[in-house]
Design a protein around this ligand. Structure first.
Ligand code: C2G
Length: 153
């Protein structure tokens, strides 16, 4: 019997943390289905993404270990998705530990260790530092510090 694994996520600025989790989840079964959060659903999660839903789901559909990418538009679709796709295992990174234990009535629930040192949030912060207007502000601040230092020389 084909063992189907299911997970969900935003997958903004797709990175190696996402990839390693998906590969480990795929290794638990024969087929991996990934729910990708829509832009509207992300707004309800209070998440502002850099990359829009159409591009994010296109990336996930083309990740080697992903067999099917579906839209995630609400917190409540998981049980229906589990039954629709004959899911045996639901898995998430361990930042979600305990949050989906109720799904254990419908399938096995696993939480796998996150990949430390990389996150979409960190990448966004780094991108902001490279932002032109931010660099201009930093230059003004350095000029100000320079003029203050000169006064004390
Ligand atoms: N992840 C990881 N290592 C990282 C970053 C993320 O293993 N360094 C995992 C998360 O634990 C999650 C998955 O990658 O299982 C997707 O992470 P996000 O895109 O941040 O997903 P999130 O916004 O947490 O949405 O209904 C569930 C939600 O849609 C999950």
């Amino acid at each position: 019997m084909t063992k189907v694994v299911l997970t969900y996520g935003t997958f903004d600025l797709f990175h190696v943390g996402h990839l390693r989790l998906l590969k480990r989840l795929r290794g638990l079964g024969d087929r991996l289905i990934v729910g990708v959060s829509t832009d509207e659903f992300n707004r309800s999660k209070g998440k502002q993404t850099i990359i829009g839903f159409p591009e994010r789901i296109e990336i996930l559909q083309n990740v080697g270990c992903v067999d099917l990418a579906i839209p995630e538009s609400s917190w409540d679709q998981k049980v229906e998705d589990i039954h629709t796709h004959g899911v045996s295992i639901f898995g998430m990174g361990d930042d979600w530990t305990g949050k989906f234990d109720h799904l254990s009535e419908d399938c096995e629930v696993v939480y796998l260790p996150r990949t430390e040192g990389v996150s979409s949030t960190d990448l966004k912060r780094m991108l902001k530092i490279l932002d032109r207007s931010h660099v201009a502000d930093l230059k003004k601040a350095l000029d100000l510090i320079g003029s203050i230092v000169e006064r004390f020389d």
